[in-house]
Ligand binder design. Structure first.
Ligand code: PEP
Ligand code: MG
Length: 941
């Protein structure tokens, strides 16, 4: 129902212009706390873009999308203007509804309005209204019941019945008919033809319809194949009969009764007998791609385009309730409930019908004044089947060879509206509970990061903001799945548009949760995977898909979207499954069963390779497996080159709990503890004692090996939920790492105290992240000196990350004071090449083997060694088998990589000669690009 009372209606107003009306409404909305200042400008702007005249004397001014953040609560204020105001092109508005609503609610309100306003005498009735109550009652007239649409849950296939009486009793139960209504049903039976029967009762209660198909018997000498039973009120059921009549007229109604599932029958009935997607010569079929479907503004532009032609133009939403409406009426158009991806079938008759259809198709495809994304962003149909070598971003190394399994996106079928909000709320709550049980089960089976992510999903499921958003929609008559999907969609869209790439990639988590609940609500099974092992190709693979997948069957992962730092990519690496992301929509056009080679080392997918390529890849894969096995056997041995140079190999940890596993995998210490993850894992700043315990946990697993702890690298792309900061345009260039700690020195002070206190006499190396300037280093060092003077931990060094080009360029100065450097090649590469590290499209450019990055590494090593200090590399480049000889040649002393890569890195070092690596490094520094360095590095060292 409308969020208004009679207090929200001002009767008998006189206003000079539509602008005056809009200003009056926006001020009223602001005064009553519905919107903040500035909404007025948004309303006027919307009006300037396209008039908000809905039809039948009603106008619905509202704000632009950009100003919806000014909406504080949903509401409507109404002005009744009996003299009328010229609103649009000679159309007079007598009732002006000023709307304050956020995005999803806005569309729902419009649809509701369109339903309520479908009476023909409306303009006149509005104009003549005397009291606010009259308007209120008009707006709240019982809309056509959603139960009088073809709903699959009111369709009963093959109802066991041998007589008409049995069938009518079954129908009465479905309709929740009273004894009196049953009697009416029995008395009002009509054979419509082709085995279809109609039975009607009249009700003052909620109208309902039910369709029952039968196994077939005869009644009054005619076949009984299906019964349409109605509890009707007024003319509400007319549309159903018209649609059924369409089938009868074409002689195809009998065919319908052979359909053996309710959804198929529902879709066929809604669509009408004309084959969907097969427009005739006076028809055209267009898919709407607007982000929010066909709401008022794009709708108005479509109506404008249609009105430019003399032809009569009808439009039908093939994915809605399937009836034709006049394309020149905005109100009718909105009543179609067109959502993104819905197909509109236009039928034009008249002299200029051809030109009209062409124009309508063009304006829709152009986006009706909005920026439109591709239909299904990654629609298979829009791509020819790709062949050969496809390039993407490598999210997890290794080679997988096998048949592809291309997972088609799942489509959920559901009604938009529901008339029993209480039942709908119950349905929603039960679905949430069930989804939570599934997640809890999966979490019980999972470990480590997978378990954490599932925990995060469970939290998301319980998010009160999300739930309240859904319930609010449900209370307004929206069905549970429609409400849930709208809430999920807007939350995920908001998340995806975050400037912060880490947060943006969490959109996949939201959609993932969304899909799981939708599957329950719509009783739709998520797709079955093949029996034999396969390479899984999907638009995006959610973290829960990964933790639930059968790792024995999934050889590799390929996603059209995604980024290398998404949760899915992190999990793929943790599970050691080769993975490629950001491949683009073309991969969705690949065929399931096609053989492919996924190379996570080179970031390529070779589709349908020839015999020769395949056998070479099999050889490489076999060799990689052998090497991995040998490497694992040798993992506890040091990494010494053939000419006797020893490289320290440490582990990169984000989670203190992984320390023991890393040591068992051959790590010689922790080369990078990303302490910010521990801070991000808490709901508030962890107290000093909590921090001490966490660090002690790592020390006890290390058994005397060194711990390199990086101080808090929060902010920017890794925000702390309990420390809100203003939004930054460029978070990677914003207040992060040491810069953030300078704003909150007590944070760093507590952390340094905790680290030094936890260390006891264990070797502790502390380093500051993101140091770009001398003052930042001095700030950290002075604080450290003061605390260390107090605690006097016996084996401590203080160093810094070199991950900003200025730090490398000024390394000589820093090396005088710092005890060591650790080069963060992930950030150093992104800042040197100005290429966002999370952007899959820039994967080829963001290569740490670029000579410019190597030059900065060389400067850093040279400066450190000149002062007798050591240098490590803790960025991803250290784990790259091609980069390792170059880094060795540049003189690094230590490398720190993810725990799974340690045995392989050590094994690789043992194959190399330092002398040859130095020659290679010299040539690499002179190379023109990263590709050239890779060619050099590919030659045997
Ligand atoms: C780096 O930038 O290379 C690094 C190791 O730090 P992080 O990836 O945590 O930013
Ligand atoms: Mg970094």
């Amino acid at each position: 129902m409308f969020p208004m009372t009679t207090q929200d209606i001002k009767m008998n107003q006189t206003l000079a212009s539509k602008q005056a009306a809009i200003v009056a409404l926006s001020r009223w909305l602001e005064q009553d706390g519905y919107v903040k200042a500035g909404y007025e400008a948004g309303m006027l702007e919307r009006e300037a873009q396209a008039a908000t005249y809905l039809g039948q004397g009603i106008a619905i001014p509202h704000g632009t999308r950009e100003c919806r953040h000014l909406v504080q609560k949903t509401g409507i204020k109404a002005l009744h203007v009996p003299e009328g105001i010229d609103w649009d092109d000679g159309e007079k508005a007598y009732l002006i509804l000023g709307i304050a609503a956020s995005s999803g609610e806005h569309l729902a309100l419009l649809r509701q309005l369109a339903r309520v306003l479908s009476r023909d005498d409306l303009a006149e009735t509005v104009r003549k209204a005397q009291h606010g109550e009259d308007i209120f009652n008009l707006l709240h007239e019982y809309p056509v019941s959603p139960l009088l649409a073809w709903h699959s849950d009111a369709i009963y296939i093959q109802q066991p019945a041998a007589t008409m009486d049995e069938l009518l009793h079954a129908a009465a139960r479905r309709l929740q008919a009273s004894a009196q209504e049953l009697e009416q049903l029995q008395n009002n039976i009509l054979h419509l033809g082709q085995g279809w029967w109609l039975s009607e009762s009249v009700t003052t209660d909620i109208p309902r319809a039910a369709v029952l198909t039968t196994t077939g018997f005869e009644y009054r000498g005619q076949p009984v194949r299906a019964l349409l039973a109605l509890k009707a009120r007024g003319r509400d059921h007319k549309k159903l009969l018209v649609q059924l009549a369409d089938w009868l007229v074409t002689g195809k109604a009998a065919e319908l009764t052979t359909l053996n599932n309710a959804q198929a029958l529902q879709q066929a009935l809604s669509r009408g007998p004309r084959p969907s997607g097969e427009p005739t010569s006076n028809q055209c079929l267009v898919t709407v791609r607007n982000h929010q479907g066909l709401h008022a503004r794009p709708g108005a532009l479509l109506v404008q385009a249609a009105k430019a032609f003399d032809a009569d133009i009808l439009v039908r939403n093939l994915d809605g309730d399937g009836h034709d409406v006049n394309a020149k009426s905005l109100m009718k158009l909105i009543s179609l409930g067109v959502r993104p991806g819905h197909r509109l079938l236009f039928t034009a008759t008249g002299p200029d019908s051809g030109a009209a259809l062409a124009r309508l198709q063009a304006v829709i495809n152009e986006g009706l004044g909005e920026l439109v994304a591709p239909l299904v962003p990654i629609a298979a149909a829009s791509h020819p089947e790709p062949v050969g070598l496809l390039k993407g971003a490598s999210a997890s190394p290794g080679i997988a060879i096998g048949p592809l399994y291309v997972e088609a996106p799942v489509h959920f079928d559901y009604a938009d509206v529901a008339c029993d909000a209480v039942a709908e709320q119950r349905r929603f709550e039960q679905a949430l509970q069930l989804a939570d049980c599934h997640l809890a089960d999966a979490a019980a089976r999972a470990q480590g990061q997978a378990q954490e992510i599932l925990g995060m999903h469970r939290e998301l499921l319980k998010d009160p903001g999300l739930t309240e958003n859904v319930l609010q929609r449900v209370r307004q008559g929206v069905s549970a799945p429609a409400a849930w999907w709208a809430a999920i969609d807007s939350a995920a869209t908001r998340q995806a548009s975050s400037d912060n790439s880490t947060l943006a990639e969490r959109a996949a988590d939201i959609r993932d949760i969304g899909r799981q609940v939708m599957a329950i609500l719509c009783n739709t099974a998520l797709p079955d995977t093949p029996e034999a092992p396969y390479i899984w190709v999907a638009e995006d693979i959610g973290p829960s898909d990964i933790v639930n997948m059968d790792t024995a069957k999934v050889l590799g992962l390929v996603t059209a979207g995604g980024g290398v730092s998404s949760h899915s990519a992190i999990l793929a690496r943790a599970l050691d499954i080769p993975a490629l992301v950001a491949m683009g929509g073309k991969v969705m056009a690949l065929k399931t069963g096609t053989c492919a080679i996924l190379n996570g080392d080179t970031g390529t997918l070779h589709v349908d390779p020839g015999e020769a390529v395949l056998s070479r890849a099999l050889e490489v894969q076999l060799r990689e497996r052998e090497l991995a096995w040998q490497a694992w056997e040798q993992r506890m041995q040091p990494a010494i080159t053939t000419d006797g140079y020893r490289l320290e190999v440490g582990a990169n940890l984000g989670d203190a709990g992984q320390a023991a596993e890393a040591m068992a995998g051959g790590a010689e210490g922790v080369g990078l503890l990303r302490t910010e993850f521990a801070f991000m894992g808490h709901s508030q700043l962890p107290a000093i004692q909590q921090q001490i315990e966490e660090y002690q946990h790592v020390f006890s697993a290390l058994g005397g090996r060194p711990l390199v702890a990086r101080t808090l690298d929060a902010g920017g792309d890794k925000p702390l939920s309990y420390w809100l900061r203003p939004k930054e345009d460029n978070p990677f260039l914003g207040v992060r790492g040491i810069r953030l700690c300078m704003q909150q020195p007590e944070l760093l002070e507590t952390q340094l105290r905790a680290l030094l206190a936890a260390a006891g006499d264990q070797p502790l190396r502390i380093m500051f992240p993101m140091v770009a300037d001398w003052s930042e280093w001095r700030f950290g060092k002075e604080m450290f000196d003061r605390i260390q003077a107090d605690i006097q931990a016996p084996d401590v060094q203080l160093g810094m990350m070199v991950e900003v080009p200025s730090a490398a360029l000024n390394a000589r100065q820093f090396a005088r004071e710092a005890d060591f450097f650790s080069i963060g090649t992930n950030d150093l590469t992104q800042y040197t090449l100005a290429a966002d590290r999370g952007n899959g499209e820039l994967a080829a450019l963001s290569d740490g083997l670029h000579p410019a990055v190597l030059r900065l590494i060389a400067m850093t090593v040279e400066a450190a060694h000149a002062e007798g200090k050591w240098v490590g590399v803790c960025g991803e480049l250290g784990a790259d088998p091609q980069a390792l000889p170059v880094l060795l040649g540049l003189g690094i002393d230590e490398v720190s990589v993810s725990p799974k890569r340690i045995p392989l890195v050590k094994a690789r070092v043992r194959e190399l000669s330092l002398a040859k690596c130095k020659q290679l490094a010299g040539r690499a520094l002179e190379a023109s690009c990263a590709g050239a360095v890779r060619i050099l590095a590919g030659e045997k060292q």
